[in-house]
Design a protein around this ligand. Structure first.
Ligand code: TYD
Ligand code: MG
Length: 455
């Protein structure tokens, strides 16, 4: 007897009796998908139907050593993983098509192989010959990576069972299909089933599985967020197409800090690691110009300096433009509102463009003051003082709020030749470095008064 499939919201999990464009439980658009029915056996057994076997219970206090991690030797990759690859872990690497995921993971597979792990690369998108050509171009042709072009999950699991590799790359999860699920490859049900099979295989057999996932234009790993819940670690590979910098960001990590980033540069010979990202992000900058502010940021455990650039011009349209790259549009609106309401500096009738140089995406609230500084500097056409970095969160009242890791930010700035910082008044005391000036301010109005006259 055929059981009907269920309509489920991928965002909140609510079950619906009929399809609609919007989930009325959580309000998410286009999130309702058809779910495959339970297998016949599972359906017959029900939850209480069969007698299960008792769980194997242990104590919290068992003195087991933490699993040994394997470093690939690609320092930026190891950093994002939290210090290397944990055995039997499941990792999802998401990113836009063409951003360099296959390149990164082929290099990663080779690096792990060279570090002594048995590594396997399964491509569902390219023929083996294509992957081999890429390996040649990357100078990896001699690496002991085993290669296969396949999309059938059953074949892949059988192979993994026989080969017993330490790490396997699946490129990509959207191309894999399981014959136990009736929908087409790439559908939510298929992606979910494939991810589930592979991650449970990882746990069962002690194989680390790295899944590649394409991101849809809405910015989600195509299909289900559920995949993100299944894996231990979720990494996003980001960057501007046409820009050579690429950032690998840990958005979830059960084995290390989230928000850690690794910085790479896409070259003719593959991805090169960038050991000193601050220098890289500031490299295109010569003299302080109006509209530019250097933000002393922290990404994960690492301080990183980058440049906020703003352009403010009279609007020719009825509705003034607000365009932002590398930062949050909502946050920009908030800063503009605070500048108008608390400092009396309106941006109405002005087009505003804000850009974080170098393709970095900044999410810290600590960047508020840097954004405001760039916006003010652009509007007033006055450059900020030379050699100064800026950081601090701005409250709706215009107050400057202290942020975490004040010392690390200033130390990085000093290391790169900056001579001072503008920061919130109540920040924790930084190192009393001779030659590094700390300029502490209570609110945004004080910042405006000091740098741009009375506003
Ligand atoms: P790819 O890894 O195929 O991207 P994804 O798997 O995320 O779709 O990389 C695609 C781009 O990278 C491609 O446009 C060419 C560029 N590239 C280089 O610039 N240098 C290289 O050495 C390689 C292998 C790719
Ligand atoms: Mg690819």
């Amino acid at each position: 007897m055929a059981r009907p499939s269920r309509l489920t919201c991928t965002a909140c999990g609510a079950v619906h009796s009929k399809w609609s464009g919007r989930c009325d439980a959580c309000g998410e658009w286009n999130s309702i998908v058809e779910e495959a029915p339970l297998s016949a056996q599972a359906h017959r057994a029900g939850l209480g139907g069969g007698r299960g076997s008792p769980l194997h219970l242990t104590d919290l206090a068992t003195a087991e050593a933490p699993p040994p991690r394997t470093a690939s030797g690609l320092a930026e990759l190891d950093r994002v993983l939290g210090g290397g690859l944990v055995p039997a872990s499941a990792i999802l690497v998401g990113g836009d098509p063409g951003i360099g995921k296959s390149t990164l993971l082929l290099q990663g597979a080779a690096a792990f192989a060279n570090a002594g792990l048995k590594s396997l690369y399964v491509s569902g998108e390219e023929a083996s010959a294509q992957v081999r050509m890429r390996a040649q171009r990357l100078g990896l042709a001699a690496s002991p990576v085993r290669l296969a072009a396949a999309t059938s999950l059953r074949d892949i699991l059988t192979t993994l069972e026989a080969e017993q590799p330490d790490v396997v790359v699946i490129d990509s999860i959207q191309t894999m299909w399981s014959d136990a699920v009736e929908s087409a490859p790439g559908s939510v049900a298929q992606v979910r089933a494939a991810a589930h099979e592979l991650t449970s295989f990882a746990k069962r057999r002690g194989v680390s599985v790295i899944l590649v996932g394409h991101v849809t234009k809405e910015g989600q790993i195509a299909g289900p967020r559920v995949v993100e819940h299944m894996v231990d670690t979720v990494l996003y590979f980001e960057g501007e197409r046409g820009h050579q910098f690429r950032i690998l960001r840990a958005v979830k990590n059960r084995f290390g800090p989230a928000d850690e980033i690794g910085v790479f540069e896409m070259t003719g010979g593959g991805l090169a690691e960038v050991a000193n990202p601050s220098a890289l992000f500031l490299s295109e900058r010569d003299r302080p110009a109006p509209g530019s502010a250097v933000f002393a940021g922290v990404e994960g455990t690492r301080p990183i300096l980058c440049e906020f650039q703003a352009l403010v011009a009279p609007s020719t349209l009825g509705q003034a433009r607000r365009s932002v790259v590398g930062w949050d549009g909502g946050r920009l609106s908030m800063i503009l509102a605070v500048l108008e309401a608390r400092c009396g500096i309106p941006y109405s009738g002005l087009d505003v463009y804000l850009n974080v140089a170098g393709g970095l995406r900044v999410t810290e609230p600590a960047a508020d003051l840097a954004a405001a500084a760039a916006l003010l500097s652009a509007r007033e056409d006055v450059a900020l003082p030379e050699g100064v970095v800026v950081f601090g969160e701005i409250g709706l009242s215009g107050m400057l709020r202290p942020v975490a890791q004040t010392e690390a930010r200033m130390r990085e700035a000093a290391k790169l030749g900056f001579t001072g910082a503008i920061l919130p008044e109540r920040s924790t005391a930084g190192p009393a470095d001779a030659g590094f000036a700390q300029h502490r301010l209570a609110d945004l109005a004080a910042f405006v008064g000091e740098n741009f006259g009375a506003g």
